[in-house]
Design a protein around this ligand. Structure first.
Ligand SMILES: Nc1nc2c([nH]c(=O)n2[C@H]2C[C@H](O)[C@@H](COP(=O)(O)OP(=O)(O)OP(=O)(O)O)O2)c(=O)[nH]1
Length: 126
């Protein structure tokens, strides 16, 4: 049986662009682009998990707003349930601690970036 994980991701919008981040060079999703977030821990709400992960990864505070979509995707080595939420920047200076690169991208620009497969249905909905 493949490992199953539950992950939350924040779609942080600024003007007509969305914040995207490139994963480190390790694992099945090495160097893929994604929306920042991470695994939900036991007892956490999605909103709590997102706020915690964004603070850890990017050093900023966000406010989670609307639910966007949930995607279930089977990778080679695990199955992910990925919940995407819109979020607004609240405070702090963006300082990526865990990613190779970060960018604000329009939906159209995202076509030129190699996003994690589970994220493609999220991009479709933007
Ligand atoms: N944060 C995030 N993860 C995503 C997205 N799309 C996608 O397939 N994933 C995958 C990548 C990871 O395998 C997993 C998120 O886990 P993570 O980033 O918290 O943890 P990880 O596996 O790098 O690290 P670890 O804590 O297990 O060592 O979900 C996305 O848009 N955002």
């Amino acid at each position: 049986m493949k490992k199953q994980i539950e992950v939350v991701a924040a779609v942080i919008k600024k003007d007509n662009k969305y914040f995207a981040a490139q994963r480190k060079d390790q694992g099945e999703l090495a160097r893929k682009w994604e929306f920042p977030g991470g695994k939900v821990e036991p007892g956490e709400t999605h909103q709590e998990a997102l706020a915690r992960e964004i603070k850890e990864e990017l050093n900023v505070e966000i406010k989670v707003t609307d639910f966007l979509t949930t995607v279930v995707h089977e990778y080679n080595s695990f199955i992910i349930t990925l919940h995407a939420y819109f979020a607004e920047y609240v405070s702090g200076e963006f300082k990526p601690n865990e990613h190779l690169d970060t960018k604000f991208l329009t939906k159209e620009e995202m076509a030129d970036y190699d996003f994690a497969a589970a994220d493609l249905p999220i991009i479709e909905k933007l």
